[in-house]
Design a protein around this ligand. Structure first.
Ligand code: PEP
Ligand code: MG
Length: 587
């Protein structure tokens, strides 16, 4: 929401949702979406050099990809290799069309792209089925080269605040390497992978759905305050002075938080809480292993599946699991079975679904495609567990007891069939509680005897409880884990889990939200799995709380709140009443 749009010639203040905390002042760079659909082509005759122009565009694009690859993490490198293949196929087909229809390269490229876009959903071809966004991005980059322009991915964002309609996870990786000062987008959600990467790299990021891009110019100085969620464009002296004071305080606190990361997290009354980390590839695991994480609470393996044109084989998975297990030798490593479908589509399983978030995703998809996907995954898991012993298995998007029982049966069959033959009884299996159904049925899930722990995936649990798409900026104002509806559901569910004596962790973004931490501890949660960059903050907050007071002094009150504003107010008052004023920026 725009809260102020005057006062000086061009002072503008926008208010948005914080996706990654921090504060910075820097010139703006507009990172505009290159739209292949909008490509206007005039004077489009076939010339003898059309094929050479296409070859030239392809060559430049491949150079760009290999430059980006040098600093990209492993999983992104695979995605970039896939981009190269898409580009080659697009160019080949474009040449043929340009020749046959006697049209220029730009128009032929647009036509080829549009053809694939239309058949995207219905085709079984791996090229076509690659995510539409990827296809569009490759086609747009090629079109830019054809027109003699540099694509946006070559823009230098060093020392700048990127302002864009939307950004991809790959964009954010590149921004981080380039030393960006902050990111502002109109689309996206706080639990999107782009936001998660921003948090992992300490990049301030806010989402402002009604940002007026046309009123902002490249080079405008802006204050990005991702502690209170505002963007001030062309600030005056007063704003800059306030900013400097705030930054100094924030920096001071940050160094204390960095030091906290390496201590064991324990409350004032000596309750030890595990602060585990969420990772999605080996490089993140390597970095996390020196960042104070007590283990891995969530290895999001999906990227191993999404960046290929067929599922990864047992060997690839085994290598990934063993590497992560080695980085965390002697500590817990929770490997989530791939949560595919919905927001994590697969190029090789094109699903035609009206409503994919309520469709074949997570454990449902794994059981449906058990031969192709689940069995090789379980084989790799069992082998890695046999050699390292510190792995746990987490099942995503569970809604029924039957899914757990079927998984148990499959695991036993896989173990028996495997030439290594091993007992599965001591495999530690957990259910990821991401649906209200799983939350309410936790006791029955535990009664299967197969479940040793539950991990609350609050990103999805919030979306399904509040009926708010976690990635939809139009309704992001309704998405809040501190909504009393979610807290009530958690209370019912966690107490059932504790009664059944199964371990309780939280691995959604909620686990690292300062106001949520005292509530979760008050509910009896014993493990928080967070982005590695948040370990210090989370451990610091834990160290300031008295766990035995939280139920009575805080939880009972927030559960009685009428809405999220009231629950947040109660938490803020509580934390300030116990003297934690320094946490104010997060409240
Ligand atoms: C969650 O839903 O809370 C979660 C951790 O899983 P993801 O964000 O990968 O969907
Ligand atoms: Mg989830």
């Amino acid at each position: 929401m725009t809260i102020y749009g005057g006062g000086g010639d061009s002072l503008l203040t926008f208010k948005g949702t914080i996706a990654s905390q921090g504060i910075s002042i820097a010139p703006i760079i507009k990172y505009l979406v290159e739209s292949i659909e909008d490509l206007e082509v005039s004077d489009c005759r076939f010339n003898t050099d059309e094929e050479a122009r296409l070859d030239d565009a392809l060559e430049k694009y491949i150079v760009l990809l290999s430059e980006t690859k040098k600093f990209a993490p492993e999983t992104e490198r695979e995605m970039l290799e896939a981009y190269e293949l898409i580009a080659q196929s697009l160019v080949e087909e474009t040449k043929e069309l340009a020749r046959n229809e006697k049209i220029c390269a730009e128009l032929a490229l647009k036509k080829v792209y549009l053809k694939y876009r239309e058949s995207f959903k219905s085709s079984g071809s791996s090229l076509i089925a690659l995510r539409e966004a990827d296809l569009r991005s490759v086609a747009a980059s090629l079109a830019n080269y054809l027109r003699g322009r540099e694509p946006k991915s070559t823009l230098s964002v060093h020392g700048k605040i990127v302002v864009a309609e939307d950004v991809t996870p790959t964009d954010v990786i590149k921004f981080a390497k380039d030393g960006v000062k902050g990111v502002v987008t109109m689309k996206g959600g706080v639990t999107s992978h782009a936001a998660i990467i921003a948090r992992g790299n300490d990049i301030p990021y806010i989402i402002i759905p009604d940002l007026r891009l046309e009123n902002i110019n490249n080079g405008d100085i802006a204050i990005l305050d991702a502690l209170d969620g505002s963007l001030v464009v062309n600030p005056g002296e007063k704003e800059v002075e306030n900013y400097r004071v705030k930054v100094a305080r924030f920096e001071e606190l940050k160094s204390i938080l960095r030091r906290s990361a390496f201590a064991k997290a324990s409350t004032l009354d000596n309750q030890v809480i595990d602060v585990l980390c969420n990772i999605r590839d080996i490089e993140e695991a390597r970095a996390a292993s020196t960042g104070g994480c007590d283990g891995i609470g969530l290895f999001r393996v999906e990227f191993l599946y999404m960046t290929r044109d067929k599922p990864p084989g047992e060997e690839t998975l085994y290598t990934a699991f063993t590497k992560v297990a080695e980085f965390f030798e002697g500590k817990t490593v929770v490997i989530r079975a791939p949560d595919l479908g919905a927001d994590k589509p697969l190029p090789y399983i094109p699903l035609k679904e009206e409503n994919p978030f309520l469709g074949l995703r997570g454990i449902r998809l794994l059981l449906e495609y058990s031969k192709e996907i689940f069995t090789p995954f379980l084989k790799a898991f069992l082998r890695a567990q046999r050699s390292h012993g510190n792995l746990r298995l987490l099942l995503p998007m569970v809604t029924t007891v039957r899914e757990v029982l079927e998984t148990g049966e499959l695991l036993t069959r896989v173990a028996e069939d495997s030439f290594e033959r091993m007992a599965t009884s001591n495999i530690r299996i957990g259910v990821m509680v991401e649906t209200p159904a799983a939350a309410l049925m936790v006791d029955k899930l535990a009664d299967t005897g197969l479940i040793k722990f539950v991990s609350y995936g609050t990103n999805d649990l919030t979306q399904y409880t509040l009926a708010v798409d976690r990635g939809n900026a139009n309704v992001s104002y309704l998405y809040d884990e501190l909504d009393p509806a979610l807290l009530r559901l958690l209370e019912v569910s966690v107490s059932k889990a504790l009664e059944k004596r199964i371990e309780v962790e939280v691995c959604g973004e909620m686990a690292s939200k300062v106001p949520a931490i005292p509530v979760l501890l008050g509910l009896g949660v014993k493990g928080l799995s967070v982005n590695p960059a948040q370990v210090g903050l989370v451990k610091y907050v834990i160290s300031k709380l008295n766990a035995s007071n939280l139920g009575k002094d805080l939880v009972s009150k927030v559960l009685n709140a009428s809405d999220v504003e009231e629950s947040k107010h109660i938490i803020k008052e509580y934390l300030l009443s116990i003297g934690l004023k320094e946490l104010n920026p997060w409240l």
